[in-house]
Design a protein around this ligand. Structure first.
Ligand code: SAM
Length: 242
């Protein structure tokens, strides 16, 4: 079973939202979650886990020895060990898919000014960011990573195809979605989606995915276009369906 272990000062934050909906129903069947309370490994009567930054400056830093003891309390089982950090490699769907395909993950949640650099190095932690903004702690980032991984586990999502056509899975953003009513405030569902011609629907969706990606995410579009070269003599533009 896919297993997530979260090292945190706030174990009561888990499973939090992951106790609901798809992930919540699958918890205990397709995946397991345990928390390692960092405070248990703290120093002295007050179980201190942090100290002032060497060299001065604001805030506190999680101590290397405390974090090391917490990490070492988990038996080595080959799971990747990640520390949540705004300095880390940006999380993307490719990394999510590879984490989800493995045995699980160990997630270390930072707090305050972060984690002493030496334990990141000595325990070979992979630094991962969930975006270019600063949260007050790694717990929400850990929940984000687990949610993204768990929904890809076998049997968690209703239909496996829904994962395949989603944003980022093929290097494009997803095409726009519509449902009932057929007319909403003067806007109709595109007729092509109602005609039942699956080849034309697929072509329309591909065209829309390409257009939306080129418009909203020129960075994604550039790498998609580079890996899907147009026929000789033509420049790559978002496709027009027949
Ligand atoms: N002083 C740090 C810096 O400037 O990079 C920010 C520390 S932040 C207040 C406290 C903790 O929140 C971090 O150690 C990390 O675990 C978590 N965190 C904050 N932003 C994050 C992000 N974008 N992605 C992942 N974790 C984040």
């Amino acid at each position: 079973m896919w297993r997530a272990s979260v090292i945190t000062l706030y174990p009561e934050m888990f499973p939090g939202p992951l106790g609901q909906s798809l992930a919540g129903r699958a918890l205990g069947d397709s995946w397991a979650l345990d928390t390692v309370p960092l405070r248990d490994f703290g120093h002295g009567r007050h179980r201190a886990v942090d100290d002032t930054p060497a060299g001065g400056g604001p805030g506190m830093v999680l101590r290397a020895d405390v974090v090391a003891r917490a990490l070492d309390s988990l038996s080595p089982d080959g799971r990747p060990r990640l520390v949540l950090s705004p300095r880390g490699a940006p999380l993307d769907q490719r990394r999510v898919r590879s984490l989800s395909a493995g045995p699980g993950v160990v997630l270390l949640c930072g707090r305050f000014e972060g984690v002493d650099e030496r334990v990141i190095a000595s325990r070979h932690l992979e630094e991962v960011s969930i975006g270019d903004y600063v949260l007050s702690g790694g717990e929400l980032a850990a929940l984000v990573i687990m949610d993204a991984c768990v929904r890809l586990l076998e049997g968690v999502m209703g239909k496996t195809e829904s994962a395949v056509s989603e944003s980022f899975e093929n290097g494009l953003l997803e095409y726009p979605q519509f449902t009932r009513p057929r007319l909403f405030e003067g806007q109709a569902v595109p007729q092509v989606l109602l005609d039942g011609d699956h080849a034309r629907i697929a072509a329309w969706r591909q065209e829309q995915a390409e257009k939306q990606t080129a418009l909203r995410r020129p960075d994604l579009w550039a790498s998609y276009a580079a890996s899907h070269p147009p026929p000789a003599g033509r420049t790559k533009k978002p496709r027009e369906s027949p």
